[in-house]
Ligand binder design. Structure first.
Ligand code: PEP
Ligand code: MG
Length: 784
């Protein structure tokens, strides 16, 4: 049964369009379950009705004609209850609705299961039979399993299908992901093809057909040569039968086979990589369906050959410099920090990736660079986006493809307003971060990239609250040497001197991989991470500590911070290494005073060891990103659970409030360097809780400063008391929004959803203009 299930899902997955996916679905399910009817109903969001989209067994003329509201008829009942309905005599059920056009009265038994994706009912899958019988437990369980497995595939096909229908027209399609870096941009999609992935080749129209055919032939010849060499090399080690397989490969790649078909596609108007991918996929799908083991094996061979040819095509494409369009919105399965560096900065306007989440490394870098980013777009049809006009909304995690005019106008206005707000905020960026009642809240900056703009912030910040040293390590192809590191660190320390620069020791593991030091684990966030790695490799940590100390010579503005601390032994071991590094350097004649050493509070265990930690270190800094992840047991990179990841969850806020209080009692300075500090409402909460400093990405500084300069410490403390009484994260956000509106600070928050005027239900969209910020009072005009 498992094999049948796997095959059905695979086939549906391989369908070229939504219609093909639905047709495959009903056909295969009816066959597998040996029933008279299999039908699929899908929710039409505009009418909120479940429409019969495909059937085998009912009259095909009823497709698209029959629909039911939630709760109406048996199908509507399955959708409403979100559970299977198994009936022996369906027409006798009081909910049964008869549709003459289906010819349904002939069938007695009925089994319907909902298709649910991310808690939303997408549709209902139904099987029916003439015979009056109840489907057995096994059949019901099988259909439920299929419904659950097909939900994701269908969600993707729905998204792709919607786009397919609209391709080339002025229609739009919207995709949702996880907000990675704020800001709104309008630009052009540039899809990165991962090496040799047949499923993510962008569809492009060739400018020179002869050139495409020539490079296809070259790529095929290169693969034929590779295979010939491989066959020769293996000749003495494999059987004649196995050797014959290489002959089959040569034939498959021969002019009369694959090459000819792909060439035909190119002539029809596809560029070589996409033409190849299409043809290979078609053959693979066909062979996988055949009930013959030998032929099914050949499907894998064709896929492999296809990948090899594609790799050559892409290699060739890569040999020249890639031309990125103006306003590039870079879209890919995954975007690595290195890829980020490949696009000229002035052309790169936004980033979108299928994988990743708001706190994954690329998002952190994007925020530092001020590039709007959306990650975790699991349903994105990459191959159909190349060159399309898009709007990227980094606040809400949306990508709108081929936007309609009204929406473009709305977003253009939003962009203009954001720019105007930036100009306005810029005017107070040299003013101190002090509340109207005179409380100074030092703002610091998070760094990691060698960005000039960051050093130019020197006059506006109290120092660097977090220098992520792993970033330069990630950009390298080996561990940087002590001299190389010292040079980099010196730049940071000198750039900000005499302000303090907090350098975190190498924090790799989790989602931060070094290409030359891969860590493969089942649970990387619970595994070998941060201080655990560096204490196991004292040679790496010692080099880094010596480089930091050496770089601080004569400046003495270095602070060292230890990541991922979960136990006191780790701190003692690290401190011993700091002392050893100081002694070694002194022996070399380099005299540096002992820097302050602090720990990151980001593992919940640290929260319960504050006293012991306080006797050993000089400061605490809260990594709210990891603290949230570990307190809520929510992987910060998993798009499936991204909606559960929330630093404003009552548990996290209570932990933070208590931490601030206890640190104060211990006389320990405590600041926050996670993303919560860069959120204006979050910053006000942290101010009210009593934190001593906030460190954030440079682009977040203006809004946070503006918020702090307009809300008194007393008001922020009042806000904290109210927030801590809220039982859910949603209620916390609701209250924060309410207060921010009352304080006329709502425009500092990300804009909310846009609804076209004709469909607006209540009130205008909360754009900055709508909240009246253009007449925004300067600090002091209102003193909440
Ligand atoms: C954090 O965890 O909040 C933090 C600042 O560190 P990183 O995001 O680099 O893990
Ligand atoms: Mg962390």
């Amino acid at each position: 049964m498992l094999e049948v299930l796997r095959r059905i899902v695979q086939e549906v997955n391989g369908a070229r369009s939504l219609d093909a996916a639905l047709a495959t679905m009903v056909l295969r399910i009816r066959k597998a379950m040996k029933t008279d009817v299999c039908s699929v109903y899908l929710l039409a969001p505009e009418t909120d009705r479940f429409v019969l989209k495909d059937t085998i067994g009912l009259r095909s003329s009823s497709v698209g004609q029959v629909s039911m509201a939630r709760g109406e008829g048996l199908v509507g009942m399955v959708a409403l209850r979100e559970e299977p309905l198994n009936l022996e005599d369906a027409p006798a059920h009081p909910q049964f609705r008869y549709f003459e056009e289906t010819g349904e009265e002939r069938f007695s038994s009925f089994l319907g299961v909902p298709i649910i994706h991310q808690r939303r009912v997408l549709g209902v899958l139904v099987i029916q039979q003439h015979e009056k019988r109840r489907f057995d437990e096994g059949e019901e369980a099988f259909l439920v399993t299929l419904g659950a497995q097909l939900a994701g595939v269908l969600a993707h096909a729905l998204a792709t299908g919607a786009l397919g229908k609209l391709a080339g027209t002025s229609g739009q399609a919207t995709f949702k992901g996880v907000a990675g870096s704020p800001g709104v941009v309008i630009g052009k999609a540039f899809v990165l093809s991962p090496p040799a992935d047949l499923d993510s080749v962008p569809d492009l129209i060739p400018t020179d057909i002869d050139f495409e055919i020539a490079r296809l032939k070259e790529a095929i010849n290169a693969v034929r040569e590779e295979i010939r060499v491989a066959a020769e090399r293996l000749a003495s080690r494999i059987s004649t039968q196995e050797h014959a397989l290489f002959e089959v490969y040569q034939q498959m790649l021969g002019d009369a086979a694959l090459g000819q078909e792909v060439e035909k596609r190119i002539r029809e108007g596809q560029w070589a990589p996409a033409a190849l991918a299409d043809i290979v996929r078609r053959h693979v799908q066909y062979l996988e369906r055949v009930d013959d083991d030998y032929l099914r094996e050949r499907a894998a061979d064709i896929r492999d050959l296809g990948r090899r040819v594609l790799a050559h095509l892409q290699e060739e494409g890569d040999s020249g410099p890639i031309e990125y369009p103006e306003n590039t919105i870079l879209i890919g399965h995954e975007i690595s920090p290195a890829t980020l560096g490949e696009v000229p900065r002035e052309r790169l306007k936004g980033l979108v990736a299928v994988s990743g989440s708001s706190t994954s490394h690329v998002a952190i870098l994007a925020r530092a660079m001020g590039i709007p980013t959306v990650l975790g777009m699991v349903d994105l049809p990459l191959s159909r986006l190349g060159g399309a006009p898009v709007i990227l909304d980094g606040h809400r995690g949306r990508l709108v493809v081929r936007p309609e005019h009204e929406l473009s106008v709305h977003y253009s206005r939003l962009i203009a307003e954001e720019q105007a707000l930036s100009v306005l905020l810029e005017q107070e960026q040299d003013l101190p971060s002090v509340t109207p009642d005179g409380h100074v809240m030092p703002l610091m900056v998070n760094t990691g990239l060698a960005l000039d703009a960051v050093a130019s912030l020197k006059t506006r910040v109290g120092g660097v609250g977090l220098y992520r040293t792993e970033v330069p390590f990630m950009m390298n192809d080996r561990f940087p040497s002590e001299q190389e590191q010292a040079r980099l660190y010196r730049e940071q320390l000198a750039g900000f001197a005499p302000l303090p620069v907090t350098m975190r020791t190498l924090d790799i593991g989790g989602d931060k991989d070094l290409p030359y030091f891969p860590i493969k684990e089942a649970n990387p966030f619970l595994g070998w991470r941060g201080i655990r790695v560096t204490l196991d490799h004292p040679e790496v940590l010692m080099v880094q500590l010596r480089a930091m100390l050496r770089a601080a010579e004569g400046l003495d503005n270095l602070r060292i911070m230890l990541p991922m601390v979960s136990g006191i032994e780790e701190v003692d071991a690290a401190l011993a290494l700091v002392n050893r590094a100081l002694i070694e350097l002194a022996e070399d004649g380099v005299n540096v005073s002992r820097p302050s050493v602090g720990v990151m509070i980001e593992v919940p265990a640290a929260l319960y060891q504050l006293e012991a930690l306080a006797t050993r270190v000089d400061f605490f800094s809260v990594g709210s990103n990891d603290l949230t992840q570990y307190l809520l047991a929510v992987d910060r990179n998993n798009p499936r659970v991204a909606s559960l990841y929330d630093a404003c969850h009552p548990a996290v806020l209570r932990a933070l409030a208590r931490l601030a209080e206890e640190s104060k009692a211990l006389g320990m300075p405590v600041s926050v360097c996670g993303e919560l500090a860069g959120d204006p409402a979050g910053a006000l909460l942290l101010l009210g809780m009593g934190f001593d400093g906030l460190s954030m990405n440079a682009p977040s500084l203006p809004r946070v400063r503006a918020a702090i300069r307009r809300v008194s410490l007393a008001a922020a403390q009042g806000l904290v008391s109210e927030v801590l009484c809220q039982p859910t994260a949603n209620q916390v956000h609701g209250l924060l929004l309410e207060r921010m509106q009352a304080w006329e600070l709502a425009h500092l928050l990300p804009p909310r959803d846009h609804t076209p005027r004709s469909r607006q239900r209540s009130g205008p969209p909360a754009s900055p203009q709508a909240t009246g910020w253009r007449h925004w009072p300067p600090p002091g005009a209102r003193r909440p």
